[in-house]
Ligand binder design. Structure first.
Ligand SMILES: Cc1cc2nc3c(=O)[nH]c(=O)nc-3n(C[C@H](O)[C@H](O)[C@H](O)COP(=O)(O)O)c2cc1C
Length: 146
């Protein structure tokens, strides 16, 4: 079964809710899913998965520290092992949303391969935003199974 990793950071729960929606979409599409905060995740989680979702809140137009810390710790230990691994980014924000670009830039440094455009959600995901996040999870599950 394809393995999807969802790594995220969240201070007040919006991005946690988004991560849970991504995970639900990937599970419903048939993947085995691990959901971890940036603080919980270790570099081996990234090498072991078949696809990864990277999620954050917008923090001064950059990704939050929890996700950044994980990506910093994972960079050297995973070098040469994650090239072309499918990934997708998701972000919650308060009205800006520019931080998605920072996740995309770092993903490029890892040489991860985007499966879709980032999903941006203002504050807590509801309704259509939950559907978009679940679709992102399903896209990742499909890419992970290839
Ligand atoms: C320190 C800090 C900086 C923030 N900077 C931005 C920002 O630059 N642009 C924006 O749209 N929202 C910004 N926000 C709002 C959060 O991104 C938004 O409320 C987000 O949904 C919070 O996610 P969380 O509940 O997962 O922590 C900021 C919030 C914090 C705590």
């Amino acid at each position: 079964m394809a393995k999807v990793l969802v790594v995220y950071c969240s201070l007040s729960g919006n991005t946690k809710a988004a991560a849970e929606a991504v995970a639900a979409g990937a599970r419903e599409a048939g993947a085995r899913v691990a959901v971890k905060t940036g603080a919980e995740a270790v570099p081996e989680d990234l090498t072991a998965c078949d696809a990864v979702a990277l999620g954050s809140y917008d923090a001064f137009s950059y990704m939050g520290g929890g996700l950044k810390d994980f990506l910093d710790r994972a960079f050297y230990p995973t070098q040469g092992q994650v090239q072309d691994k499918p990934y997708a980014a998701f972000l919650t924000h308060g009205g800006g949303g520019k931080a998605a670009g920072s996740i995309e830039e770092v993903a490029k440094a890892f040489r991860l391969k985007p499966v879709c455009a980032p999903v941006l959600v203002k504050n807590r995901p509801e309704g259509g935003a939950v559907a978009e996040l679940k679709a992102l999870g399903a896209r990742l599950a499909a890419a992970a199974g290839k």
